[in-house]
Design a protein around this ligand. Structure first.
Ligand code: 5GP
Ligand code: ZN
Length: 143
């Protein structure tokens, strides 16, 4: 619990939120500035900025919550949806609220839908032959 953290205050109920799901370790609520209808934030109930700061049992429950809520959103909409699940992990990645959280952003499967959702593009570094294999080996050595 961090006194200055807005998401800790939401987790404790000190600040109201539009809650959609809760367990002992996790709470999920609607994002105030949704990218699409049903944009939910799922957070662990313990404070930590990055994924590496969150205990495994809390993180595991966050993932299960994402699954449950995505199924609930489909039930609400009466159809299958697509989703972006986004986790900004640190300021340069776009994290603004420094309490680890996952965005669950529904996308209409119909591309002509007016809903915005998230546009995600990857930049392309065009690695040379062998570079990916060497990089994978270096990462494996560090895990
Ligand atoms: P980030 O950029 O840190 O990954 O995303 C933070 C998200 O938290 C933003 O999408 C923002 O709209 C949302 N947010 C910030 N403050 C509040 C709040 O007080 N209540 C709710 N429900 N969402 C918030
Ligand atoms: Zn916090």
């Amino acid at each position: 619990m961090s006194d200055s953290c807005i998401f800790c205050k939401i987790a404790s109920g000190e600040i109201p939120s539009n809650k959609v799901y809760e367990t002992n370790k996790v709470i999920a609520f609607l994002d105030l500035n949704p990218a699409s209808e049903g944009h939910v934030l799922v957070i662990p109930k313990c404070h930590g900025q990055k994924i590496k700061d969150i205990p495994d049992d809390y993180l595991s429950e966050v993932i299960v919550a994402l699954k449950k809520i995505s199924i609930g959103l489909e039930k609400m909409k009466g159809k299958e949806l697509d989703f972006n699940i986004l986790q900004n992990n640190g300021a340069s990645s776009g994290q603004v609220v420094m309490h680890a959280h996952f965005h669950l952003i529904p996308k209409e499967s119909d591309p002509s839908s007016k809903e915005l959702g998230l546009k995600f593009t990857t930049s392309s570094l065009s690695p040379k032959e062998g570079e990916l294999a060497a990089l994978a080996q270096k990462i494996r050595d560090c895990i």
